[in-house]
Write a protein that binds this ligand. Sequence first.
Ligand code: CO8
Length: 256
Amino acid sequence: MFNNLLYERTDEGIVTITFTREKALNALNNETVRELEQALEKVKDDNARVLVFKGSGRAFIAGADITEFKGKTASEIKLFSLVLQKVLNEIELLPIPTIAAVNGFCLGGGCELAMACDLRIASNIALFGQPEITLGIIPGAGGTQRLPRLVGKTIAKEMIFLGDSIDSKRAFKIGLVNKVVETEDLDSAVNDLAKRLATGPSFALSQAKEAIDRGTEMAWLDAIQMEANLFSLTFTHEDMEEGVSAFLEKRKAQFK
Ligand code: CO8
């Protein structure tokens, strides 16, 4: 169905999108970005409960495809930047948990895509970075905004100004990834996490995601008011009935 992506869905509603352009370390060319847009539409239609991104071969994604940069005018490249930003915003706005399973190079636009996910699990050999400065450019798919929000301005400026990659150990230390596992354990670690989220209370998860993502961009009193609104909405959902009943009946909750 896609040339550069593999789209898979399990019965539990876990959708995995694997970048398969191995010969270019899964660099995001125009075609891949278009396919990603289509795949995200499918995720919405497919009743997915969790979305996982993976890269095949040696990389998660080694950035935007540099071979498509030469000869582009500023307005053409701005359009590409806006398209990629829109796609990453769509990932961030999905009302389901998203996980980046980072197996290798996670650079430039690849790091930007991983940062648009809710959670990041890295293999011990993964490398993260925003190397754009070494090309004489800056990150253009949200990196200058998401990186400082995730790791703080000090580290973000160091990474973006120097363009050096960091290993997964440092990525964990600065809060860029949630967990680091041995390469051979990456699939099972991601699968365990995805399964746990897929069997969780999907409405409460979506409200928690919205409260965190929207709230951290709002003024405090507005944010805390929004939290109260979303908190009260969870009381209108059957998952709350089940979760609270299960606690009182001393059994494990079975969310639908
Ligand atoms: N674009 C195109 N091709 C790539 C890319 C890339 N980003 N990364 C790797 N490749 C290709 C290589 O050219 C090579 O192809 P070939 O075999 O035909 O020569 C193949 O993948 C394998 O790569 P290497 O031989 O270089 O493998 P190494 O193990 O020696 O090195 C590296 C791996 C360190 C990852 C190296 O390939 C590298 O530095 N790649 C570029 C990383 C980079 O600079 N990424 C940032 C790109 S800019 C960006 O992402 C901006 C995002 C915002 C965009 C918004 C719209 C414009």
